[in-house]
Design a protein around this ligand. Structure first.
Ligand SMILES: [Zn+2]
Length: 243
């Protein structure tokens, strides 16, 4: 797909109000930013991220829209750490991979990937109440998600119900080679073992959160519809975690 303007994305980040913007590092000429809301150290923090794959623009768009709207009363329960775009090079060129032709999402063990350095520094020593990682799928006819959870009730089915009012769902029994139920993939222990330590989602779930959702919008649909679907999914997760 055609790349997006990273400069325009940066302008939208700079235009945010009521948030703290922090440069995490640089990949070549591109800075990577985090956007933080809420600052109560007594409260848990949630991590919302997008743009790990450069050709999945609804992720960054949804993270930015989430930051633009502000979290309102949610801030009485949570701080939010948002990472709009982990892969600026891919975003600017419309490629899944980064400038090294690496799939960042599955390169956590590599020491020579600048985006992974940024990610490691961002999460070091931290535990998140939940993580929502926005992705997209060019081949999927509809929305689906991956859910990893321990000590918390799963919310995947509720997300699917909510998103069904916004866009089509992918309800195939096998998605991306894994068994799915109603569009929800809960990776098997075997699959998890296979990927252990290699992937951002696996590491985040292994060390930094008890609840991780990877949401996948169908890239063929209009961007605004995909952003609505991502934000609706996020809302279900946040509401489920409210005290
Ligand atoms: Zn992706």
């Amino acid at each position: 797909m055609a790349g997006q303007s990273y400069e325009e994305l940066l302008e939208r980040i700079r235009a945010l109000s009521g948030v703290r913007v922090r440069e995490l590092g640089r990949v070549g000429e591109y800075p990577i930013f985090a956007v933080e809301q809420g600052s109560d150290p007594q409260q848990p923090t949630a991590l919302i991220m997008g743009g790990t794959h450069g050709d999945e623009p609804a992720g960054p768009a949804a993270v930015l829209e989430f930051c633009r709207r502000g979290s309102g009363s949610w801030l009485e329960a949570f701080n939010f750490l948002a990472l709009p775009c982990l892969n600026p090079h891919g975003y600017a060129r419309g490629t899944r991979h980064n400038a090294q032709d690496v799939d960042i999402n599955w390169a956590y063990k590599r020491d020579d990937v600048p985006e992974i350095q940024v990610m490691r520094q961002l999460v070091a020593g931290r535990h998140f109440a939940f993580v929502v990682d926005f992705h997209e799928d060019w081949e999927s006819p509809g929305f689906y998600l991956y859910e990893l959870h321990r000590n918390v009730a799963p919310v995947g089915a509720r997300i699917m119900e909510t998103v069904s009012h916004i866009c089509p769902l992918n309800t195939h029994p096998v998605i991306e080679g894994q068994r799915a139920r109603g569009g929800v993939i809960i990776p098997t222990a075997q699959k998890h073992e296979e990927l252990r330590g290699e992937g951002i989602p696996v590491v985040l779930y292994g060390h930094h959160t008890d609840h991780l959702l990877t949401t996948e919008t169908p890239t063929a649909l209009p961007l605004a519809q995909r952003v609505r679907a991502q934000l609706a999914a996020l809302e279900v997760v946040v509401e489920a975690h409210l005290p």
